[in-house]
Design a protein around this ligand. Structure first.
Ligand SMILES: Nc1nc2c(c(=O)[nH]1)N[C@@H](CN(C=O)c1ccc(C(=O)N[C@@H](CCC(=O)O)C(=O)O)cc1)CN2
Length: 296
């Protein structure tokens, strides 16, 4: 069994991006600038946005954190997005999800300029992704593809079972694994809460990608020998013995499933850190596109 070490790979990617930024600086070019909008005080979102800002510093990007109160109205958030769309200094921005209930997430994602949508959540970019066109790929699925590629995991002709159909992970992942090329060329089953015989389907999978958010859902007896296991679940479980008062638990019963798997991602330290690294990659791409469109 080999561990797909997202922490290590994400650090390698950040080093590669930092080297690119150094080259940009030497050429006297503007460095990429990422903005992140955080509405409210959700603890996990604060952590993730904080990591995004820190990672920008590490690779030499500029970053702007826009913090808005949890009482922010949809109109106020849309006005902020308009501002960011029109700000020529910002190459890309994200709106951290989830948003408070008074705000319609779809309206917000539709308002982001697709050229600055480094999360790849705008329908225009999602459609381009599905049609194999060059675009921003959502960071978590993009990170999973990168892990599979860097560890040389064979996906061609394999049966991939994706668990969970969220717009951020499961749905795009199911499209990407079935695309032409590598990693891809896989036969994909997208499962969800209404899937019948889900355990039987999972037992036939060569590759399982679990994005359910149910701690220890995937047990050893559910997977076949030598399966590739990708755990996207990140649940905070209270644990008073830890300094932060909680521990992070994935969807996979790691200790037992890892004994049967050929490759497996740990939680923490697997897919999560890759999400941030691939957001930086998308921001670098946004900067390059922005520069090319201005110099035309
Ligand atoms: N606008 C977006 N919102 C959300 C996204 C997203 O891609 N764009 N994804 C998730 C949250 N997320 C990034 O925003 C994210 C999740 C997890 C990690 C991570 O590094 N996890 C660590 C554990 C960290 C901890 O909680 O202590 C790990 O798995 O090792 C990074 C980013 C939902 N919202």
């Amino acid at each position: 069994m080999e561990i797909l070490d997202g922490k290590k790979v994400s650090n390698d990617i950040k080093d590669e991006i930092a080297a690119e930024v150094q080259k940009m600086k030497k050429r006297g070019e503007k460095v990429p600038h990422l903005a992140a909008v955080l509405v409210g005080n959700d603890g996990a979102s604060l952590t993730y946005v904080g990591s995004k800002v820190k990672s920008c510093e590490r690779v030499g990007f500029e970053s702007t954190l826009v913090k808005m109160p949890s009482t922010t109205s949809e109109v106020e958030l849309l006005a902020k997005i308009k501002e960011l769309n029109e700000d020529n200094d910002i190459d890309g921005f994200i709106v951290q999800l989830p948003l408070p209930p008074q705000i319609d997430t779809q309206k917000v994602l539709l308002a982001v300029d697709p050229d600055k949508d480094v999360d790849g959540f705008h329908p225009m970019n999602f459609g381009k992704m599905a049609l194999d066109m060059s675009t921003f790929i959502p960071a978590t699925p993009f990170g999973i593809l990168e892990l599979l590629e860097r560890y040389d995991v064979d996906t061609k002709g394999k049966h991939t079972v994706v668990i969970g159909r969220s717009h951020i992970v499961g749905r795009p992942m199911s499209i990407l694994m079935g695309r032409k090329g590598w990693p891809g060329n896989s036969t994909v089953t997208l499962t969800h809460s209404h899937t019948k015989n889900i355990t039987q389907i999972i037992s036939q999978a060569d590759i399982v990608i679990s994005a359910l958010g149910v701690p220890n859902f995937l047990k050893a007896e559910m997977v076949k020998d030598d399966a590739v296991i990708i755990d996207v679940g990140i649940t905070r479980v209270p644990d008073e013995s830890r300094p932060r008062g909680y521990k992070i638990v994935g969807d996979v019963d790691y200790d037992n499933v890892s004994k049967k798997a050929s490759f497996i991602t740990p939680v923490p330290g697997g897919v999560g850190p890759m999400t941030i690294a691939m957001l930086l990659k998308n921001t670098l791409l946004a900067r390059e596109r922005h520069r090319n469109s201005v110099s035309k």
